[in-house]
Design a protein around this ligand. Structure first.
Ligand SMILES: [Ca+2]
Length: 316
């Protein structure tokens, strides 16, 4: 390795991606592994049947030729019931890729333990790309309360201002495990949240961009097209959107290029855990609670810049 390449590696962010691996998660893994030094993929309950999520994570790792180990985490949220959403992501979560048979096996260490161990190994350097329900991170924190001071940063895709995609108020990741979300938000991590509405507006990929991605002809572009095919149809037919929406990918893109987040506010945010508003975000926009801000909330993102970064990665 020459000096230039060595310094490239040194400059890369050290990350873990916590993933309920299905469709857009695989694109987020593609971005995270291309843009940073991805130390691990940790799998958590969410999008689809848990066994399929593990297979999808292993397949994605093998397909992209990554060294990042896959750790299996919590197969269910801390409390309450949730439902997987195969109708959004395809029967196994991978769109048109219906036969997924990875050759490798996941690691034997439980994902929350792997998070603690990597946080200690890369003290104050590790950034967590939390693009899924927050169960693994909450369990890691409950076991190691010093975790917020060991981890450099947590990037969260989750929550909705008011236009929930799972209930009237709740976005899927926060709705799946509201207790975990509340534990993580109040733990003292340095957190940036990218909420659903921001992704719906700025992580949408239109038909002409799909054509451009299709024409790239690379392995990464092919994975994007195949894995996101069912989600794209769902977004268009059921959510009445004009393209496919990529919340996890936008969050990973912002983590690596913060100029993509055009507007951000420091605010106090908590998560409702009761009744029909379970999983809703309570945002103290006007400082009414008197509580110190605990997160940075992205309120607007640059779609063009996101698409440019995504296409540049998929073209390699
Ligand atoms: Ca996810």
């Amino acid at each position: 390795m020459d000096k230039k390449n060595l310094s490239d590696v040194e400059d890369k962010k050290i990350t873990i991606i916590d993933s309920d691996t299905a469709s857009d998660d695989t694109t987020a893994i593609t971005l995270a592994s291309a843009l940073g030094d991805l130390k691990a993929i940790t799998v958590v309950a969410g999008n689809v049947d848990f066994k399929n999520e593990i297979k999808n994570a292993l397949f994605t790792k093998e397909y992209l030729g990554l060294n990042s180990p896959v750790f299996v985490g919590s197969e269910r949220p801390i409390m309450g019931q949730w439902k997987t959403v195969e109708e959004v992501h395809g029967e196994n979560g991978m769109g048109r890729l219906t036969v997924i048979e990875p050759k490798s096996l996941p690691e034997s260490i439980f994902a929350p333990d792997a998070i603690i161990s990597l946080a200690k190994q890369y003290e104050r350097k590790l950034e967590i790309l939390a693009v899924s329900p927050l169960t693994n991170l909450a369990l890691a924190y409950l076991k190691e309360p010093k975790l917020p001071s060991l981890v450099k940063k947590v990037w969260i895709m989750g929550g909705a201002f008011t236009r929930g995609n799972t209930t009237q108020l709740a976005e899927f990741n926060f709705w799946t495990d509201p207790e975990a979300a509340q534990i993580v938000l109040s733990a003292g991590f340095d957190i940036t949240i990218v909420p659903w509405e921001v992704t719906e507006e700025s992580a949408i990929i239109y038909d002409e961009e799909w054509k451009e991605i299709e024409s790239l002809g690379t392995r990464k572009a092919k994975l994007f097209i195949e894995a996101n095919a069912v989600m794209r149809e769902f977004s268009k037919l059921k959510e009445n959107l004009k393209g496919s929406v990529h919340p996890d990918s936008l969050t990973v893109a912002i983590a690596h290029d913060q100029s993509i987040a055009i507007e951000r506010s420091r605010l106090h945010v908590s998560v409702e855990t009761c009744g029909s508003s379970r999983g809703g975000m309570l945002i103290d926009w006007y400082g009414m609670t008197g509580k110190e801000p605990n997160v940075e909330l992205v309120t607007r993102a640059d779609r063009e810049k996101f698409i440019k970064l995504l296409i540049s990665v998929l073209s390699t």
